[in-house]
Design a protein around this ligand. Structure first.
Ligand code: HEC
Length: 218
């Protein structure tokens, strides 16, 4: 009786070790596929190689006048009659870098009062909690001890527009990304508003229009 129990015990140990013991081991051998389903099929991989195309890459730009699935585009805009793929293929608008791969130093959107005001609305919603309504880094969050950059400092004034755009889209160091909350146009509008805050902070008496000086009694 004891012998039988011992033998069964040893067999169970051998079975357990041989089934579970090698889990996670790496091997270059093809695994045994009982039901292959569609596990192995030719397909494009992110950043994969592809001898078929001239540039030998799997990654493709969207075909003109088509809309890639699974992006943050507004469906109502994408399927509207006057939609064109131009915006989607505008590298500077999407990435903040110019054709040479350098940070953009101009704005790929129309700079109008409406856009600046839209930028203010978005800034006040998404950025002010940390960077403060004035952009000076004085905010609810910083008052609790979390550091957030003072956007009015000279080094941020000197940053190209595209670099700030990139920080908004992808985040930087401690700061999270806002690319999923703000469309490319909205990110640029926020960059524009940050510029407005920086300019306002450098304002002098010269900037006050004459009519207003009288009004303010100065
Ligand atoms: C949750 C807090 C938080 C929010 C919200 C936030 N930021 Fe930041 N931001 C930070 C922190 C923290 C840093 C400093 C990052 C570091 O260098 O570690 C920073 C840094 C920056 C910088 C400087 C990056 C650099 O080059 O060093 C810019 C520009 C900036 N934020 C813009 C924005 C804008 C525009 C928004 C709104 C879309 C925003 N931030 C929203 C926390 C925040």
């Amino acid at each position: 009786m004891i012998r039988t129990i011992l033998i069964v015990y040893v067999l169970i140990i051998i079975a357990t070790v041989s089934i579970l013991g090698f889990r996670g081991d790496k091997t270059r051998k093809e695994p045994l596929y009982l039901f292959p389903d569609m596990d192995r099929q030719s397909k494009f991989h992110p950043q994969g190689e592809n001898p078929f195309y001239d540039n030998k890459m799997d990654d493709r730009l969207p075909v003109i006048n088509t809309i890639p699935r699974g992006n943050e585009l507004e469906l109502a805009v994408v399927f509207s009659e006057d939609y064109s793929a131009e915006d989607l293929l505008n590298v500077e608008l999407q990435t903040g870098r110019d054709a040479a791969g350098e940070w953009a130093t101009d704005f790929p959107i129309d700079v109008t009062r409406d856009v600046i005001e839209m930028g203010k609305v978005k800034y006040d919603i998404f950025c002010a909690v940390c960077h403060g309504l004035a952009g000076n880094g004085q905010s609810v969050v910083t008052s609790k001890g979390l550091p957030a950059a003072n956007l009015l400092l000279q080094n941020f004034i000197d940053q190209p527009h595209g670099e700030i755009y990139n920080t908004i889209a992808y985040g930087k160091n401690l700061m999270g990304a806002y690319g999923d909350k703000l469309s490319p146009e909205e990110r640029w509008a926020v960059v524009l508003y940050v510029r407005a805050l920086q300019r306002a902070n450098q304002g002098t008496m010269e900037d006050v229009p004459d009519g207003m000086k009288r009004e303010l009694g100065i």
